[in-house]
Design a protein around this ligand. Structure first.
Ligand code: IMP
Ligand code: ZN
Length: 360
């Protein structure tokens, strides 16, 4: 990273910028600090402990050698975050960490998980995450947190239906924390087509859906998923024809103005994108298509949302005004209601007047 005055200006600007985070998986967002604290409490031998630690938080250059490697890391993280106490701590810490990075509105997502060893059920898992979110509200943190329940494509269609049913029940609660469904997991496993009826049902029953798609070159599957008209697309790395996608998919996404969640560090670290300047953020941004920067897993991919803005600014020469607009426009793509959008817009206006008048 160059240390020219301009680049320092951009860095401090991005750190101060109010931000919206829309793509953050809870377990892969665990910070190194929280992870180490949880590991220390676990009854595992030193060797095992060291290997889990270095696999998850080893030097950047050594963690991932191939795209699939991150999917070997997630089960290791799950082994450490395997009880209601641990998931409560991780959720609370992740919220506080995003708030410290000037994130004002956060959509977390997580896969309801059962752990036989600790008698955690999928329902008690979600109840714990919700109680951590509700308790964070009581701490008067300056952040509005919502939740999407994730469907892992490596699990079963039956579990996917149960997840949608659970999300629908919880979405009817007056606190409106649960607002949608995420479809994620290793894109090389299972046929996403089998999950389309579940996702379509979720959407038609009023839940918002964000779908990971085109993380690898798979134009037919990507097009089938695009045709559900997800409310947002996770990654969409290989959607456009220059990288093996279909022009038809691009036209469809543009016609329906489906926002794309761009996770630059995640894609670089997991080797799904070879070089910063080749990131598909540039392809969509240049066409004024809705895009939102996101971290995906700030722990596993060792990044922050401010850092994502800094990377985008450097790679695509974004001015401070363009960075401001990028963050402010993200409000339009949140899954919460219009009242929340209006509140955030006035919060952005107020912050701009009070803290950015002299800089932008
Ligand atoms: P959790 O759902 O909170 O346990 O977060 C980790 C899970 O998110 C992983 O097991 C994957 O199913 C999913 N996930 C995280 N990052 C990615 C990604 O980049 N692509 C697809 N799925 C992902
Ligand atoms: Zn993701």
């Amino acid at each position: 990273m160059s240390s020219s005055p301009h680049s320092q200006d951009i860095e401090s600007f991005c750190l101060k910028l109010p931000k919206i985070e829309l793509h953050a998986h809870i377990n892969s967002s665990v910070s190194e600090k929280t992870f180490r604290e949880l590991l220390r409490k676990k009854d595992v031998g030193d060797g095992q402990l060291a290997s889990v630690e270095s696999s998850v938080f080893g030097p950047k250059e050594t963690t991932f050698k191939a795209f699939d490697d991150c999917f070997d890391i997630f089960p290791l993280i799950h082994k450490v975050i395997d009880s209601p106490e641990a998931i409560y701590k991780v959720t609370s810490d992740v919220i506080a960490e995003f708030e410290a990075d000037q994130v004002k509105y956060l959509e977390l997502r997580t896969t309801p998980r059962e752990e036989l060893l600790t008698s955690m059920t999928r329902r008690s898992y979600v109840a714990t995450v919700l109680s951590a979110i509700k308790d964070s509200k009581k701490k008067n943190l300056d952040i509005d947190v919502r939740l999407l329940l994730s469907i892992d494509r490596k699990s079963t269609v039956k579990i996917a239906w149960e997840t949608v049913l659970m999300a629908s029940e919880l979405a009817a609660d007056s606190d409106r924390i649960v607002i949608g469904i995420d479809f994620s997991g290793n894109p090389k496993i299972n046929d996403a087509k089998d999950f389309i009826p579940v996702l379509a049902h979720a959407k038609s029953s009023g839940l918002k859906i964000s779908v990971h798609l085109a993380e690898i070159v798979n134009p037919l599957e990507s097009h089938q998923l695009v045709e559900i008209v997800p409310d947002r697309i996770g990654h969409g790395t290989y959607l456009h024809p220059e990288v093996g996608g279909l022009q038809e998919s691009v036209e469809f996404v543009k016609k329906h103005k489906i926002p794309i969640e761009c996770c630059i560090s995640s894609n670089l670290r997991s080797l799904s994108v070879a070089k910063l300047k080749l990131h598909h953020f540039g392809y969509w941004y240049k066409q004024s298509h809705p895009v939102v920067l996101a971290t995906d897993g700030k722990g596993v991919f060792q990044c922050s949302l401010s850092g994502e803005y800094i990377l985008a600014a450097k790679a695509f020469q974004l001015s401070q005004e363009e960075l401001w607009q990028l963050s402010e426009k993200s409000i339009d793509y949140i899954f919460a209601d219009d009242k929340t959008k209006k509140k955030l817009k006035s919060q952005w206006a107020e912050i701009r007047n009070s803290k950015f008048q002299k800089t932008i």
